[in-house]
Ligand binder design. Sequence first.
Ligand code: LR7
Ligand code: MN
Length: 534
Amino acid sequence: MKRKEKRLLQAVALGLTALVFLPNVGLWALYRERQLEGGPEGAEAAAAARAGVAQGQQRRPRKDIYFGDGQRRKDWHDKEAIRKDAERVGNGEQGKPFPLTDAERVDQAYRENGFNIFVSDKIALNRSLPDIRHPNCNSKLYLEKLPNTSIIIPFHNEGWSSLLRTVHSVLSRSPPELVAEIVLVDDFSDREHLKKRLEDYMAQFPSVRILRTKKREGLIRTRMLGASVAIGDVITFLDSHCEANVNWLPPLLDRIASNRKTIVCPMIDVIDNDHFGYKTQAGDAMRGAFDWEMYYKRIPIPPELQKPDPSDPFESPVMAGGLFAVDRKWFWELGGYDPGLEIWGGEQYEISFKVWMCGGRMEDIPCSRVGHIYRKYIPYKIPTGVSLARIRNVGTQLCIGTKHGAPGSPLRLEGCVKGRAEAAWSNVQVFTFSWREDIRPGDPQHTKKFCFDTISHSSPVTLYDCHGMKGNQLWKYGNDKTLYHPVSGSCMDCTESDHRVFMNTCSPSSPTQQWIFQYTNSTVLEKFNRNSDL
Ligand code: LR7
Ligand code: MN
């Protein structure tokens, strides 16, 4: 035999062997396919094959629900509900903006919730939303057997219609078999409508439970209380002013089913706080991030990391915070949240870092969309103990105000606004002692990035862009109630006659150099003062 012929024969023999023995090619695969089609599961197997589920996995015995591979997939859309929603007309239907009149735009409408409750009250509790998902989402199949979930909704003094719309949207847009329960956790609200009236209303829904904290706990411990009673395989957290959009739940649960250490977030859409129109966030799909002040932000996904199919899940380093689903046991393996976190904020970083550090992952799911009302401002009280303060001068009995203060302008005294709620609301006489030991206007969640700044021992105190490097923005609060500026070695002083705030040689007994921090406590001041190196 010539060498060439020999080679050819060898190749043919090899090919035949492959045809006979190798799975997924050749005779063996053909045989198996026939078997499958003939069997009772034939049709589903064929559908699964079309959906890209490997054939070889079809015949393995069914595993625990958390092992996603090898299970059948299906179309979870509720076609009938979608059709009915599409027919709805009326105020706010299809997520359209409500035609606001000036009478409805008054301050009073926003005061209690930070969004326009008059408008919310006029929109149906089960209003329809536009399906703004990527078109590919329409044909996505998810596991037929998904874990179920407890949906936990913490609330503190939430508006009636905004809370109910959250619940209705979940009930009407989730497959009932996937919702183990909806747990409403009341964080010590004092509004009347959230008491018996809420209980009576929810009595019509057997899957809804109401829990209440015994004192004001803040959103983090309130969520933990909900999570601790949850019975679902998965825990899904929502804010109390959300609207779940079409087929939002299966794409979330599906990812957890295939990897229980995945925490998933829906795309968060914007429900306008004036007119309740529904739209995507600017730029839509982005990754979570934060800046040096720990402010959450969203940044574009770099092109090299973009998925070929924009409707596919993508990773995100940190989550926005309020809207996500997590395997219940994994949540507790991660230790839940740090229960020392107060009232609002920071918890989204804590959970995000823990997930990544403990071998989990975090994903945003473009085919799952939930609307959220972004408030104009935080309406609720933040109890003392948080670094929130009004700064009142002993000598003049006036307060430092920033109503007219643009960055660069000198600070001025004003008459103190009454009551801390109002001070927080108007946001002009509230200051935060930041962890960088500077003083900034605004409450801790919404501080402006300007700081008290002064350049010499006799100059005015101005607001200047915060640099976080101490220096001219470093202040100390002494037992003698002075605001001491270590760099210039002087103290903050003021005059009643022209309302100026300026630096002066320290004279601790002078009442115009004594400042009282209202609504904050000694621990906060101690922390602020702790550092001594310049
Ligand atoms: O003391 C409180 N007790 C509570 O139960 C204060 C608030 N709450 C409830 C409140 O009713 C709401 O349901 O906790 C939830 C969140 O409070 P919001 O709505 O006042 O805060 P937010 O929408 O500004 O919150 C975002 O950031 C928070 C702190 O980090 C939480 O993580 C929120 O869940 C988070 N919201 C979202 O992620 C939705 C998308 C917007 C963003 C960012
Ligand atoms: Mn919110």
